[in-house]
Design a protein around this ligand. Structure first.
Ligand SMILES: NC(=O)c1ccc[n+]([C@@H]2O[C@H](COP(=O)([O-])OP(=O)(O)OC[C@H]3O[C@@H](n4cnc5c(N)ncnc54)[C@H](O)[C@@H]3O)[C@@H](O)[C@H]2O)c1
Length: 361
């Protein structure tokens, strides 16, 4: 990435002890294992194809599993053949699983590492912006059950993460925007001044790898604060779900046609719309965040979001309590994030509907 000094690291405290996210390049990492360790690689098929030369030493290993990164494959049924491959390759308890890919390969690897042989160590080389700026830290694995997104999961941090920003050079614009969605999210959560700085830089983010790297770092630093305080998502970390109840519902309602981070971007905008309609958020801030969110999801406005499927998915969200949706909404003069129980009634449906209509649907 333009000769940028990328070698440094970030340490994260977890229930398993400390783990490290290191910035560097795969070329300087020992991919085949040190000290007799056996690495079992699970590699995103597109990454294996696009980065075949750099990853040659692991792609030639007989036990390496190549995975198509689709939401359908991130499901209980579809991970069984992956587990069978690892069992057939005589994976042992002291072997290390290594995920090379985005959030999907991460979730699959982390979930398998939580359960296979009652727990294996795992490491992660994130190759998407979303995974580098957000999902690589925080310990979560999530697996889908049918159309219900991320309903199965565990908390199982990797031992180590290697962030090599040069992987992003082959990422398509939709996946870049998806990662930018999560970057917007943490900066809005961090507060109006963080958001204002991001909003000023937003127009250059897609085309300036150095700037993007700065935002990868700042996003991880913001997230680190929340996950170290509340790794198991019982309290303060809940705010990281801002945009996610709507986002997951949008993903389900569109059969995953809208990438995760884009759905979250629409979800944040929708959450702000609802917060304003409830009298909890002032118009100026709602509009300022809308401008950035809309610029990020504009390319997906043509994908229809069926209303009933959206409400159905919202009512099945795992964060709900009783008949209320537990939403994270910005509230008050500082747009502080708060968990709000919202009954899914006619008034709420109308607020959601008016948002969708405002998008030109
Ligand atoms: N566990 C967590 O904490 C967590 C957090 C956020 C999101 N997620 C999950 O992550 C998933 C989304 O992950 P994602 O956005 O990282 O993408 P992804 O894993 O879905 O990959 C998106 C696309 O990018 C391709 N790809 C990956 N790296 C590439 C590269 N370097 N060059 C070219 N193409 C590349 C993949 O093959 C795929 O086609 C969702 O399932 C979401 O639920 C998990």
């Amino acid at each position: 990435m333009g000769g940028l000094p990328v070698s440094d690291e970030l340490a994260i405290r977890s229930h398993r002890g400390q783990y490290t996210a290191r910035f560097g390049t795969v070329d300087e990492w020992s991919l085949t294992g040190d000290g007799g360790e056996v690495h079992r690689y699970l590699v995103d098929a597109n990454v294996a194809r696009l980065h075949a030369d750099r990853l040659a030493q692991i792609l030639h290993l007989p036990a390496t599993v190549i995975l198509e990164a689709t939401e359908e494959n991130k499901s209980l049924d579809r991970i069984i053949p992956v587990i069978e491959c690892l069992v057939d390759a005589a994976t042992r308890r002291d072997d290390v699983l290594v995920a090379v890919g985005g959030g999907i390969v991460q979730d699959i690897t982390c979930f398998i590492a939580s359960t296979l042989l009652r727990g294996l160590r795992w490491r992660f080389i994130p190759t998407t912006l979303l995974a580098q700026a957000d999902s690589c830290i925080g310990s979560k694995s999530s697996i889908n059950l049918g159309a219900t997104k991320n309903i199965l999961g565990t908390f199982n941090p990797p031992e180590e993460i290697l962030i090599d920003p040069s992987f992003l050079e082959t990422l398509g614009p939709a996946d870049l925007r998806s990662g930018i969605g999560e970057i917007i999210k943490v900066h809005v959560i961090d507060g109006p001044s963080s958001f204002a700085a991001l909003a000023a830089d937003f127009p250059r983010l897609m085309d300036d790898p150095g700037l993007l790297l700065e935002y990868i770092r700042s996003s991880l630093l913001i997230k680190k604060r929340f996950i170290e305080e509340d790794e198991f998502d019982r309290g303060p970390r809940n705010v990281m779900n801002y945009g996610h109840s709507f986002g997951h519902a949008i993903e389900s309602a569109t059969a995953f046609e809208i990438p995760h981070g884009i759905a979250v971007t629409i979800g944040m905008d929708m959450a702000n719309h609802v917060a304003h309609a409830r009298g909890d958020l002032h118009r100026g801030y709602r509009d300022a965040v809308h401008q950035v969110c809309e610029a990020n999801y504009r390319g997906f406005l043509g994908v229809p979001i069926p209303e009933e499927a959206l409400f159905d998915a919202l009512s099945r969200d795992k964060k709900n309590v009783g008949s209320s949706a537990n939403l994270i909404l910005p509230t008050g003069p500082n747009a502080s994030m708060a968990k709000v129980g919202v009954v899914i009634d006619d008034e709420f449906r109308e607020q959601c509907r008016s948002f969708l209509v405002g998008l030109g649907r």
